[in-house]
Ligand binder design. Structure first.
Ligand SMILES: NC(=O)C1=CN([C@@H]2O[C@H](COP(=O)(O)OP(=O)(O)OC[C@H]3O[C@@H](n4cnc5c(N)ncnc54)[C@H](O)[C@@H]3O)[C@@H](O)[C@H]2O)C=CC1
Ligand SMILES: O=C(O)C(=O)COP(=O)(O)O
Length: 409
């Protein structure tokens, strides 16, 4: 259990993976100046050391925030994922320690959709192969294996923020859009939801994956799925590397049952730009290989920086957990002329009663109280007169089931 009540310049922030400077500027604008900025991700052993006195950490998809790292992060209040995916963070372990995790759920989605659209056009024309050959001095001027996108069927797996935008853009160049999703979705434009994955794979000239990394999406596309895809069709994966069985894909490309692929994410990705990229797909000229850059545009990175840094500052300043991915969401008004106590506890019966009784015993008047719970934890926010704040924090911290208590003035 930890108690936190710190001046802003004592709040230590570690930003990893070269997040955009807009993050630093946003934090500074909100009064946070104690920022350690690192351009790369850090291996577990180094992270364990660097994170020990840090209150807020910011990272992208490369940094693995494992339970071991969280154990070392004794002062950590919140994590900012400056990206969409949060699979690199042990979300449950963070929650059990009262650490809120935030992300940027849509700031880079347009960038991914644009990249995929470009890849569709290039792959349908056989450009990756012609390009590779031209670099080797070979001239492959022919229309063989070259097609327009107009009239072709695009099958989108995972019709969320990225899948829907891709669908709209693809319709604009005359493609027919079908999609498969585990949820019933509102079809945009003329897109049609297909009831199962097999049907989608059988009908599509191009298949593009836009699902999150979950146990259900692991090897979603393997030998059996590749076998039902149309002969000569195209597979695109800019979601997560675990979603496609890469050896099965290599086999399908070897047998020429697919005409090409574009892969941005891999089961194992180099930890830094200095490490060699190893993949059985390197041998194929008809495969576009990109180093996990789907969301890496200046526009996306700048807006992610502002968004996620803003969420961290807001949680630190006012306690709002809106859009947290692992935490009960509490929306809070600005704090005026009072102190605000933030209490994260195990969700078991009687915690609120204990708090209210302790406050009543000490004559602490509760000006406002907000509570949200999920199956595991509860998050209660209590505004009190500033005169009572220190004793209130002491009482709160003594409540059975307390994970963490914090005070804002
Ligand atoms: N390559 C890159 O740089 C980037 C990759 N991504 C990846 O793309 C993923 C998707 O991003 P968004 O569209 O923003 O997410 P989203 O959450 O808006 O949409 C995901 C969709 O997939 C569906 N889904 C989940 N499990 C499924 C399953 N087993 N089968 C079929 N559908 C399933 C969901 O119902 C949802 O509609 C992210 O989770 C992230 O891993 C995101 C941004 C950049
Ligand atoms: O937003 C995501 O989930 C991504 O995959 C992008 O990750 P990145 O910020 O490029 O490491």
């Amino acid at each position: 259990m930890s108690k936190v009540s710190l001046a802003k310049d004592k709040i230590k922030i570690l930003l990893l993976e070269g997040v955009h400077q807009s993050a630093v500027e946003t934090l500074k604008r909100n009064g946070y100046s104690n920022i350690d900025y690192v351009k790369t991700s850090l291996p577990e052993s180094e992270l364990v050391e660097r994170i020990s006195d840090v209150h807020f950490v910011g990272l992208r998809s490369r940094t693995q925030l494992t339970e071991k790292v969280l154990d070392a992060a004794q002062k950590l209040v919140a994590v900012g994922c400056f990206c969409i995916g949060t699979n690199q963070v042990d979300l449950d372990a963070a929650k059990r320690r009262g650490i809120a995790v935030f992300n940027a759920p849509f700031s880079n989605t347009r960038s991914v959709a644009e990249l995929v659209l470009g890849e569709i056009l290039l792959l349908l024309r056989g450009i990756p192969k012609r390009n590779a050959m031209a670099h080797r001095g070979q001239w492959l001027k022919s229309a063989e294996g070259s097609f327009e996108a107009r009239g072709k069927t695009l099958g989108i797996i995972g019709y969320g923020h990225i899948g829907t935008q891709l669908g709209i853009m693809a319709e604009n160049i005359g493609m027919q859009v079908r999609y498969y999703d585990i949820e019933d979705k509102l079809s945009l434009g003329n897109a049609q939801q297909v009831e199962n994955l097999t049907k989608l794979l059988q009908q599509s000239d191009v298949v593009s994956l836009h699902v999150p990394e979950t146990p259900q999406t692991k090897n979603l596309i393997g030998t059996a799925e590749l076998a039902v895809m149309k002969k000569g069709s195209i597979l695109i994966n800019a979601s997560r590397g675990t979603v496609v069985d890469i050896d099965a894909l290599a086999e399908a490309l070897e047998e020429r049952s697919l005409s090409g692929a574009a892969i941005d994410v891999f089961p194992v990705e180099p930890k830094s730009n200095d490490e060699e990229f190893v993949s059985p797909l390197r041998q194929f000229d008809n495969v576009i290989l990109t180093p996990h850059v789907g969301g890496s545009t200046q526009e996306a990175q700048e807006s992610i920086g502002v968004e996620v840094a803003g969420k961290l500052a807001k949680y630190s300043d006012n306690g709002s957990t809106m859009t947290a991915v692992n935490f009960p969401e509490v929306a809070l008004p600005e704090l005026a002329n009072r102190s605000r106590l933030l209490h994260i506890h195990q969700n078991r019966p009687g915690v609120l009663t204990q708090i209210n009784q302790a406050f009543a015993q000490h004559g602490i008047n509760i000006a406002a109280q907000y509570l949200q719970t999920d199956d595991n934890i509860g998050y209660v926010v209590i505004d009190v007169d500033s005169d009572h704040s220190e004793v209130a924090l002491k009482e709160l911290s003594a409540v059975d089931g307390t994970i963490r208590a914090r005070i804002l003035h």
